[in-house]
Design a protein around this ligand. Structure first.
Ligand code: C2E
Ligand code: MG
Ligand code: MG
Length: 548
């Protein structure tokens, strides 16, 4: 302001003073002239400032709006009706900031690969939906995970993986068709939430339709590509009432659904407890071996004709310091999942062979030691060498070792499995097919693989007394084993009645609680020192279920 005043008026006023002081003007007139000149000067300055203000205020306003956007992410609300230069400046600034805001929003809220909302936007929309929902409505959250995407991605290159994810995003978008919010949460995980009436079906059909949409062929990527997914589902308000919790619940359900492919699972508190236990066991199993919490028990296999023990099966036990005995049916799958089955499996094999050699050295009549192997062990490259190493180390003859595998191993990629089993067999190690009858073994597999023995699954033994079908299955297995010249063992004999029935089927070897539970080595040693350890004199009474 001072600059404007001085700049425009100092030269003029100087001229005026010079004129007044140098001419012969009366003092009164001089004062009047000076007063008028001063007034005119002030009015001129005010007019100049007003003009300057009008010229500069759009620039100030624009600067203020930009700062406001920068600090508070508030979009500018500048006037856009003016067509002069300043007006155009304001209109352009507004438009550019809006465009910039759109781009920023897209980058922070949307997934670059699929263009779907990302996890943060999904969560905030879900939370917003929760805050405005009517009492008679529910929200169902689905988290969709592509089965085996990690393997798929390592086999194929990245671009194929990206095309698959984009194709899945497209199918989900087509399916959802604008109903609900769809998102890509990350990697191979997608999510959808939908609002519906409390009284309506909670989401079974949506889950089924999503699975169906995903497992349709993808000819545009590869004619042989087959993709399945698993879905975890949670519901507002039944399960939780915040977006974070609902998403966490759906993840919990997903972990359960992931056990099988092409499958969905609703959240329940029981699942959450089971998952917690699973995670805890997985964590604790890591140190179980080092802390001597794992041990082996041995269950005799008896030839009922002679009442002689012909072998033992070694079965692992875990004594957890807080949870007590944990069943191998519970922790072996965890050991497989985590890869811990490899060090644990090595320890089992070494301990079992050492124990068998120790029994032989103690003067007992030699018998076979059966050891269970899981699929992960058979697939691990050094298995055959390791088994040979252990046999050498323990000086146990290979004929006193038998390895048991289950039928599931024979599905899928069988050639490498066949090579491993043949190699073991050629070293003189016996092979048994465990839990026979529960899986998918075909006759061709049985002929192709070098098995010596079939172990009839205990579920048939349990049912055969009451179920003609189960009895028929056992009869069929017996004749199959005879035809293929395979040995047979019936597992899970608990009662005399079961034993008597097995006796009629030409199956001579049996294993089960009727003779003995799996025992610690010392207890089995003690038992073997008795004159007739396996002659059961007092038959167990059988509770008979009467059916009308
Ligand atoms: P499996 O190999 O079929 O073992 C037989 C299971 O039946 C054992 O359960 C045994 O204790 C049980 N059993 C034996 N006789 C009877 C009976 O008369 N009645 C009943 N109800 N059960 C009987 P366990 O020890 O709980 O093992 C369960 C499964 O865990 C085993 O089934 C096997 O698949 C796995 N497993 C156990 N030990 C090992 C191991 O050292 N390595 C591997 N990879 N898996 C193991
Ligand atoms: Mg077994
Ligand atoms: Mg079995």
């Amino acid at each position: 302001m001072v600059v404007a005043f001085l700049g425009t008026h100092v030269p003029l006023l100087t001229l005026l003073f010079y004129f007044i002081s140098s001419s012969a003007i009366a003092p009164d007139d001089r004062l009047r002239i000076l007063g008028i000149a001063l007034l005119a000067t002030l009015m001129g300055t005010a007019a100049t400032l007003l003009a300057l203000h009008n010229l500069l205020s759009p620039i100030g306003l624009t600067a203020f709006s930009l700062r406001n956007y920068w600090d508070k992410q508030q979009l500018p609300t500048l006037p856009t009706q003016y067509t002069d230069d300043a007006g155009i400046l304001m209109a352009n600034a507004t438009q550019i900031v809006k465009q910039l805001d759109d781009v920023l929003r897209y980058v922070t809220d949307y997934d670059r690969l699929t263009g779907l909302p990302n996890r943060e936007l999904f969560k905030s929309r879900l939370q917003k939906e929760i805050s405005t929902i009517q009492p008679q409505q529910r929200i169902t959250v689905f988290i969709v995970d592509v089965d085996g995407f990690k393997d798929l991605n390592t086999v194929e290159d990245d671009e194929v993986g990206n095309r698959i994810l984009r194709a899945i995003a497209q199918r989900l978008t087509d399916y959802a068709d604008g109903s609900g919010t769809l998102a890509r949460l990350g990697n191979d995980e997608f999510a959808l939430f939908q609002k519906g009436a409390l009284a309506s079906e909670p989401g079974f059909s949506t889950a089924q339709n999503i699975l169906r949409a995903i497992n349709q062929p993808y000819p545009e990527i590869s004619p042989s590509l087959y993709i399945t997914a698993s879905i975890g589902i949670s519901i507002y308000p039944t399960d939780s009432d915040t977006a974070d919790r609902l998403i966490a619940d759906a993840y919990t359900a997903l972990q359960q659904a992931n056990h099988k492919s092409d499958n969905y699972q609703f959240y329940s508190p029981e699942i959450a407890i089971a998952l917690q236990k699973h995670l805890r066991l997985a964590k604790d199993l890591r140190s179980a071996l080092a802390n001597n919490q794992l041990l082996l028990h041995y269950q005799p296999r008896i030839d009922w004709r002679s009442s002689q023990m012909v072998g033992v099966e070694c079965l692992i036990r875990w004594q957890h310091p807080e949870l007590g005995w944990v069943s191998p049916a519970e922790f072996i799958p965890i050991a497989e999942e985590t890869g811990l089955i490899l060090p644990i499996g090595e320890w089992i094999l070494r301990t079992a062979c050492q124990q068998n050699k120790a029994w032989q050295r103690s003067g007992l009549k030699p018998f076979a030691m059966a050891v269970n192997l899981s699929a992960r062990q058979i697939e691990s490259p050094g298995l055959v060498d390791f088994v040979q190493l252990v046999l050498r180390e323990t000086e146990l003859a290979p004929k006193f070792l038998e390895l048991e595998v289950t039928e599931s191993l024979l599905m899928g990629n069988t050639e490498p499995t066949l090579a491993v089993l043949e190699s073991l067999h050629s070293k003189g190690i016996a092979l048994a097919l465990d839990d026979f009858g529960t899986g998918y073994s075909s006759l061709s597999y049985l002929r192709k693989f070098p098995f010596d023995t079939l172990k009839i699954d205990q579920s048939f033994v349990k049912d055969m007394v009451h179920s003609a079908d189960a009895a028929e299955v056992i009869r069929a297995i017996v004749s199959l084993a005879k035809g293929l010249r395979l040995g047979l063992i019936a597992e899970g004999i608990e009662t005399e009645e079961q034993l008597n029935q097995i006796k009629t089927y030409d199956c001579h070897e049996v294993q089960g609680y009727y003779f003995s539970k799996p025992l610690p080595a010392e207890e089995l040693t003690r038992r073997l020192q008795q004159p007739h350890p396996w002659q059961v004199t007092t038959p167990t009474p059988i509770p008979q279920l009467m059916t009308t």
